[in-house]
Design a protein around this ligand. Structure first.
Ligand code: ATP
Ligand code: MG
Length: 351
């Protein structure tokens, strides 16, 4: 996964006064499963449309396989875009829907058949090849749409919110399914999502977009464990924040609690210290501690979520106790408890 397939260099796209894409540099590698993550309006679709050729950048270059494709029309790029709302042809069977693109390319009949059969196998819908789209479930339809995009064997497949229309359970299944299909086909995927959990689960690497800019990119672990900014820390997963000030190499919370952060601020600087809920523990084993009152608990099966009001932070702190920890040491609303965490699990960001 070290060969670069796609280089996005200084790409900009403006719509009137809106800087939809405001100077983005990004490398995407062969066979990578890459996720673009960002809030609504952050520029995800605009970037995909430029990669597919439906928009021309105002500045910068899009280099695919060493060639600048920025100005090459969509049908002449080895790229396929699966739209935010995909539409199957209702009067055609599953197999005909998949074959359609290859027929447009005027491939020999036998070759079309073998490619359609091959892909039906991958999406595991061979037994439904003769059905019409309205005789399929949402997840099956979604797989047919994916097959239709894959059968043309693009170098790069772009998927804009492909799972947006599915319910939560099916969505989870399709996330794993997409990963498997991508792996089996060895095609580079760039997927757009505004669901951070989905990005973490599926992607080899994730890029966070904000207001048309690239905020951070990295593996899911890097992004989750080492967010580069307060925004990224807040956007990805759940994070507890303590307003702090740097005093003599330590971070001091509003109530005077000492928080020795992993990434210290400069002398006297104000900022926020951040720690993930699952890093908090009831066992005295670590440098940092906060005492507070339990204001709510919520049972989630795998864990017990404990909300703690503490003078060290304006918002209640969230702790996630594993089911077994919660059994060993019951916690109830109204309890005063002290929670601990390791200094190395603390991140700090200047204000
Ligand atoms: N054709 C257009 N004309 C004018 N403004 C546009 C056009 N397309 C997009 N924009 C603007 O560019 C910005 C980025 O839009 P884009 O569709 O890329 O966002 P997105 O990240 O895909 O959002 P969503 O998650 O809602 O799909 C938005 O402010 C949007 O209003
Ligand atoms: Mg969009």
């Amino acid at each position: 996964m070290t060969e670069s397939l796609l280089s996005i260099k200084g790409v900009e796209k403006h719509f009137g006064a809106v800087r939809a894409i405001d100077g983005i540099d990004l490398e995407i590698y062969e066979n990578e499963f890459f996720a673009l993550l960002g809030a609504s309006g952050s520029g995800k679709t605009t970037l995909l449309r430029m990669l597919a050729g439906f928009e021309i950048p105002d500045a910068g270059q899009i280099i695919l396989d060493g060639k600048d494709v920025s100005r090459i029309p969509p049908n002449h790029r080895p790229v396929n875009l699966m739209f935010q709302s995909y539409a199957l042809f209702p009067h055609m069977s599953v197999a005909q829907n998949i074959a359609y693109g290859l027929e447009m390319e005027k491939l020999p009949k036998a070759q079309i058949k073998s490619r359609v059969d091959e892909i039906l196998d991958v999406i595991q819908l061979g037994h439904l090849a003769k059905r019409k789209p309205d005789q399929l479930s949402g997840g099956q339809r979604q797989r047919v749409a994916l097959a239709r995009a894959l059968v043309k064997r693009p170098r790069l497949l772009l998927l804009d919110e492909p799972l947006g229309a599915l319910d939560k359970k099916l969505r989870g299944e399709m996330q794993l399914e997409l990963k498997r299909i991508q792996h089996e086909f060895g095609i580079t995927f760039i997927i757009v999502t505004h669901d951070q959990e989905e990005a973490l689960v599926m992607a080899d690497r994730v890029a966070i977009l904000k207001d048309g800019k690239l905020l951070q990119s990295g593996t899911p672990r890097e992004i989750y464990e080492h967010p580069g900014s307060r925004f990224a820390a807040d956007f990805i997963g759940v994070m507890n924040f303590f307003p702090v000030r740097e005093v003599d190499g330590k971070l001091i919370a509003e109530d005077g609690s000492v928080i020795a952060a992993g990434t210290p601020l400069s002398a006297g600087q104000q900022g926020v210290a951040a720690v993930r809920p699952e890093r908090l523990s009831l066992t005295i084993k670590a440098e940092n501690s906060i005492t507070g009152k339990v204001v709510a608990t919520a049972y989630h099966g795998l864990d017990l979520q404990v909300h703690l009001k503490t003078p060290a932070a304006p918002e209640p702190i969230l702790m996630r106790l594993t089911a077994s920890d919660a059994e060993a040491r019951p916690v109830a609303e109204g309890d005063e408890i002290t929670v601990y965490w390791a200094a190395r699990d603390t991140r700090a960001f200047p204000l």
